[in-house]
Design a protein around this ligand. Structure first.
Ligand SMILES: Cc1ncc(COP(=O)(O)O)c(C=O)c1O
Length: 427
């Protein structure tokens, strides 16, 4: 990493407080001046390939010209309007476009601002669904190691870690189960049934197929499906958190498309707006919606945000869906998947790496060495890649790629070459 800080980096230190950082241990942040498609440029003109699409948001490349053009047009027409009592074309068109591609059964779109909030909304919907019906069900089942965000509901259903440990006593009551594998399947299924039989479970929340923050852990669709079938049989609301997996990243539009049993509620954010502006959505089935549709005001869902369904964000999302549906993007998704698999094929049998895995454009593996997830080795890995013009965020000893759909063959090759070099140097 470079030694001298530039003007922006120095001024940053005076007033800014960055997320997910212990500032005493990591006092400096790298200033990025601009970004174009898959490349980030720092103030000294150094280029970095964005190997994780800036936390899985800019999947159509940074500053995508098509999306920008659409957003610019919208900006001159309608910038913002209260979404309680008013509506507008971008929100209506987005709801129609989403319902067309969302897994079967989704019929209502509720807007908010970020992934964590979309999860809190999903949990509140599941709690109030039963409350409105006069049934006392107040517990959520979630996975160990899950990450659903940093607001209180989302923290409650996440695995305990540095993110939420300090707030444990203030969190909602949840039941945590292991992610099912071929090995532990029987225990997990029987614990799940046992919990559900207690009759106080309102919902089950899961990151379908890939647990992102748990270092891109992947599980089998068929095993998750067994849990979902049991949940459905017992009237437990199934909440798919597709904040990370949504919109093409697993090769299908949504990870839930790989799974037979469909969710009742889905959380969406990140690449929803292609990284241009923040927005989130919690979609649900008509059955959930109807539990709130009543002559009594108090049965309504009294949750709202000032920027709900901001017209500019809706336009960005609508344009992103248009791009997702194009042959070009669909072909790119297949190409990236094929390239990832070819790369992993070459790593097979190499004892310096383990747990090679890939779905859609998400590829991950572990370096075969013991590392403390929050220790300095992670920073050394990060710096190794940044020094070579590659931006990825190693999670402990896990290295993973989740590049924009628009990445070129040459850029992908550079990512793989740098990973190969890293394996040779670090293990
Ligand atoms: C699966 C999942 N859910 C929720 C969130 C929280 O989203 P946000 O950071 O927008 O609050 C994340 C963020 O990484 C996530 O990966």
């Amino acid at each position: 990493m470079k030694k001298e800080l530039n003007d922006i980096e120095l001024r940053d230190k005076k007033h800014l407080w960055h997320p997910l950082i212990q500032h005493k241990l990591k006092p400096n942040s790298l200033a990025i001046e601009r970004a174009e498609n898959c490349i980030l440029y720092d103030f000294e003109g150094k280029q970095y390939i964005d190997g994780i699409a800036s936390w899985y948001t800019c999947m159509y490349g940074h500053c995508n010209p098509y999306i920008i053009k659409k957003v610019q047009e919208q900006m001159t027409k309608l910038d913002q309007i209260v979404f309680s009592g008013f509506t507008h074309r971008p929100a209506v068109e987005l709801s129609e476009a989403l319902i067309e591609i969302l897994p079967k059964g989704q019929n209502r779109i509720f807007f908010s601002d970020n992934g964590s909030t979309s999860v809190d909304i999903a949990i509140k919907m599941s709690l109030q669904y039963f409350h409105n019906k006069g049934v006392n069900k107040n517990k959520v089942i979630c996975f160990e190691d899950a990450f659903h965000g940093d607001t209180f509901g989302a923290m409650s259903v996440s695995g305990l870690s540095v993110y939420n440990g300090a707030f444990e006593q203030y969190l909602l009551t949840v039941e945590r189960i292991d992610v099912p594998t071929e090995k532990n399947k029987e225990q997990v299924l029987s614990k799940f049934v046992e919990l559900i039989k207690k009759e106080d479970i309102c919902s089950f929340i899961y990151e379908p197929l890939v647990q992102g923050a748990a270092a891109m852990k992947m599980h089998k669709a068929s095993l998750l499906d067994e849990l979902l079938k049991i949940a459905k049989e017992h009237g437990v609301i199934c909440i798919a958190d597709e904040v990370m997996t949504g919109f093409g990243k697993t090769g299908t539009n949504f990870a839930s498309d790989h799974i037979e049993t469909k969710p009742d509620i889905i959380c969406l954010s990140k690449s929803l707006t292609a990284g241009l502006v923040p927005m989130a959505i919690t979609s649900c089935s008509e059955e959930i919606y109807l539990a709130f549709y009543d002559d009594q005001i108090k049965k309504g869902f009294f949750h709202g945000h000032t920027y709900s369904a901001n017209p500019i964000a809706c336009t960005a999302a609508l344009s992103a869906i248009e791009l997702l549906k194009t042959k070009e993007i669909q072909d790119n998704i297949k190409f990236i998947n094929k390239s990832h698999n070819l790369f992993l094929e070459k790593l097979k049998g190499n004892n310096k790496v383990k747990n090679l895995r890939c779905i859609g454009v998400i590829m991950a593996f572990e370096l075969n060495m013991e590392m403390d997830r929050y220790g300095n080795i992670r920073d050394r890995l990060f710096n190794f890649f940044m020094d070579r013009g590659v931006f990825i965020r190693p999670l402990g000893n896990t290295l993973y790629l989740l590049p924009p759909f628009t990445i070129s063959e040459k850029q992908l090759a550079k990512l793989y070459d740098t990973l190969t070099l890293c394996i040779q140097e670090f293990v």
